[in-house]
Design a protein around this ligand. Structure first.
Ligand SMILES: C[S@@+](CC[C@H](N)C(=O)[O-])C[C@H]1O[C@@H](n2cnc3c(N)ncnc32)[C@H](O)[C@@H]1O
Length: 276
């Protein structure tokens, strides 16, 4: 980690151990967006969030016995689904000690502690040897990274040649109107995000860090229902949120979530790539 790193690991942890924990109590154990097939799809949040995990699982195409790095593991729910689906070993990393503890407990409760381990580690500086993983995913964690290029470089280093990468991330889509800019600024200021990535930025950073066979899908339309539903969910725990951040800030967070739901500048990307 560099001294000027922003957001610092502690900033991210503060979000997830604070408001994030309250959001999670209403949203569920998948700390990510949902994926709906189309407007007629009336899947629940639980089904839609698991479906996005399944998209990541199919993108990763991991084989039994392989070792996968989960960059930004949350409380480990997606990692455990990956272990069950593909019979792989997963090492999950997060910069929240509380998340690492919860993920470790969840894995033990699921009888999967020998297949899924979790540790406090900053993705900007991975403590793993070169080529020590067969696959990696960054599941809605890249938007928090101080330098997405550096993290992709680190992932590239620890992947073996031919290893696969899958990324799901909140992105910025242009052109950005003044209202859209205010919304993106709100995201950065309140959720420990330096800036949102773009499809172009990802293409360049992946190529610069030794990834090939890059496939990028803008799945904003499939994920766009998330924020309105999340605002409804968080509204049910508004009291707890207000206890933590005050009434005015709780209202602002929920209002901005509703606004984001109808703002085209806030989008969602899914990509896969192969380490050359
Ligand atoms: C939106 S949550 C996604 C959690 C999980 N992937 C899921 O889908 O349930 C973002 C995650 O990224 C992690 N994260 C953010 N910055 C990180 C960093 N520099 N190094 C490691 N993990 C980081 C957070 O701690 C959190 O676990």
């Amino acid at each position: 980690m560099t001294l000027s790193q922003s957001p610092a690991p502690g900033d991210v942890a503060e979000v997830y151990d604070g408001i994030g924990r309250i959001y999670g109590s209403a949203w569920g154990p998948n700390i990510h967006y949902g994926y709906w097939e189309d407007d007629a799809d009336d899947s629940s949040v639980e089904v839609a969030t698991d479906r996005l995990t399944d998209l990541m699982i199919s993108g990763l195409a991991a084989r039994a016995g392989e070792r996968v790095l989960d960059v930004g593991c949350g409380i480990g729910h997606p990692a455990l689904r990956l272990v069950r689906a593909c019979d792989v070993d997963v090492v999950g990393i997060s910069v929240s000690h509380a998340q690492v503890a919860r993920a470790t407990a969840l894995a033990a409760a699921a009888g999967l502690a020998h297949r899924a381990t979790f540790q406090f580690t900053d993705a900007m500086d991975l403590p793993f040897p070169a080529g020590s993983f067969d696959g990696a995913w960054a599941f809605e964690s890249m938007w928090h990274m101080p330098d997405r290029g550096q993290v992709l470089g680190e992932i590239s280093r620890v992947l073996r040649p031919g290893g696969r990468l899958a990324v799901a991330d909140v992105i910025e889509r242009g052109p950005v109107s003044p209202a859209g800019r205010a919304l993106l600024d709100h995201i950065c200021q309140n959720y420990a995000v330096r800036s949102l990535g773009t499809v172009d930025e990802y293409r360049k950073a992946l190529a610069a860090n030794g990834f090939v066979d890059v496939e990028i899908r803008d799945i904003s339309d499939n994920c766009s229902r998330t924020l309105a539903l999340m605002a409804d969910a968080v509204d049910t725990v508004r009291d707890k949120l207000a206890d933590l951040v005050g009434e005015a800030q709780a209202a602002s967070l929920i209002d901005f979530m509703r606004l984001s739901a109808v703002t085209p500048e806030s989008g969602y990307l899914f990509l896969t790539a192969v380490r050359a």
